[in-house]
Write a protein that binds this ligand. Sequence first.
Ligand code: FPP
Length: 221
Amino acid sequence: MSAPRHVAVIMDGNGRWAKAKGLPRLMGHRAGADALDRVMHYCRDAGVEFLTVYAFSTENWKRSTEEVSGLMKLLSSFIHKKEKELVGNGIRFRVIGRRTDLSEKLQKEIAALEKKTAGGSFTLVVALSYGGRDEILRAAAKFQGGTEEDFSALLDTAGIPDPDLIVRTSGELRLSNFLLWQAAYAEFYFTDVLWPDFGREEFDKALASFAKRERRMGGRK
Ligand code: FPP
């Protein structure tokens, strides 16, 4: 079974997971961060080379101050807690999105971890203050004409192959401004499972479903 080279995930349903358990929303995000940790390991074991996760969209700034600051703290603690593991296991950390929207402290933590993990063979890409249209607009402002490849090189994802498989949890069937340019030929896998409950079984189902697809990338059979 050939694994997708790049898996991208819209980690949806943290809030509903928490609500169903009578917990604050932030507990759902914390459980979501644990799910990300698990999935990163499944990906490495399966031979996936890139995992991109939608952690915070340009729209997410509209959430309550409490939720926004809680999510920012969670990201910062993820960076600190994971540093050793990422460096030790050859996992490259990279952020896409409008990073100047983030606090200077978080920007510095991100830049430091990106630098320390630069040589890794597996890449975890975290989309933060990310919107596909925003990314395309920023690239378009720099574009002076040329090929699709030339344009791709101006996107935040420069050097990262397009996603082969995009997974969205919690039953929503939308792209929600995620990787708009890069998703041109991606396969999709949707599941009703809420992100904090996403485990081995669901991951295997997503990969098995991908393996059955016939990818023509717009060409004829
Ligand atoms: C969508 O669920 C999820 C988010 C907006 C945040 C995703 C963030 C994480 C999983 C946590 C941390 C990430 C890292 C990199 C440490 P929702 O809140 O919209 O859920 P709902 O639709 O059920 O309300």
